[in-house]
Design a protein around this ligand. Structure first.
Ligand code: PGA
Length: 261
């Protein structure tokens, strides 16, 4: 079973995840982080930046792989995930830019960009800790419902709800690209530790399906049930549709102190 932790808010989640990442980097200074975009992980990145500064953690060797990228945005577009990862992660954390990869969404080369990205992750020795958000549709990365549970990095077509959700970042809804390149569910499952974050009522259904529903490509988040080390961190609102919530709280309250997340 995935470990499920209910926290007060995204800042409390950020503190927990920052702890886990700092101890990973102390053990492995060239740790490989899997980086999500969207609003969900922002508080975690801020908490991590603060911890890195306060504890003077040397992160120059830390490597990173983003989950996904839009296809076809002009280079340097402020909402490209390359730009978002630079702005929200690489710069505030002080990572080495050359060590942080984002899938290449240039339509000219996108045909082999998935295979290139898989090769780069493999060459890095795999992802140590993968941060995940979840969409209303249940997507992780941009793996929309129906994505193969064994899929690797490739081009996908975004659903209408996902394009509508992401329209807030663009001038008009039509500006949201139709296609993306995303790590597959199979790629995500190869990471050594998955940390899935969700906050707010709008995510409650997707979280219940991911944690307690059947494992099905129709709910890509449910793939986390196949992983031996998944930590799901949610606030009360996102936890509100879970049937076994009392047990998750009981397990967390009685967790051995040495375990960490
Ligand atoms: P959000 O997106 O963090 O902006 O809610 C999550 C996702 O779509 O994976």
């Amino acid at each position: 079973m995935a470990e499920l932790v209910v926290v007060a808010d995204e800042h409390a989640a950020g503190a927990l995840v920052a702890d886990a990442i700092v101890s990973l980097i102390r053990r492995k200074p060239d740790a490989v982080l899997g980086l999500a975009t969207g609003s969900t992980p922002l508080a975690t990145y801020r908490a991590l930046a603060t911890r890195i500064g306060d504890d003077a953690i040397d992160v120059r060797g830390v490597r990173g792989f983003a989950l996904d990228e839009y296809v076809g945005l002009p280079a340097g577009h402020p909402e490209s995930y390359r730009a978002v990862i630079t702005r929200e992660v690489v710069e505030p954390l002080g990572l080495t830019p050359e060590l942080v990869r984002v899938p290449n969404g240039d339509p000219v080369t996108v045909e082999h960009a998935g295979a290139d990205y898989e090769a780069a992750i493999t060459a890095a020795g795999g992802v140590d800790l993968q941060i995940l958000g979840i969409g209303r549709t249940g997507h992780i990365g941009f793996n929309e419902p129906g994505s193969s549970l064994a899929s690797l990095t490739r081009v996908k077509t975004l659903t209408a709800p996902t394009r509508a959700d992401n329209a807030r970042f663009f001038e008009s809804p039509e500006d949201v690209p139709m296609h993306c390149i995303t790590q597959g569910i199979g790629t995500i499952l190869r990471a050594r530790h998955l940390v899935l974050l969700a906050f707010g009522e709008a995510k409650a259904q997707a979280i219940a399906a991911a944690v307690e529903g059947p494992v099905t490509a129709s709910q890509p988040g449910s793939a986390v049930q196949l992983h031996p080390h998944t930590t799901v961190i949610v606030d009360e609102a996102a936890a509100s549709k879970l049937e076994n919530l009392a047990y998750y709280r009981h397990a967390w309250d009685n967790k051995p102190a040495w375990q960490g997340i």
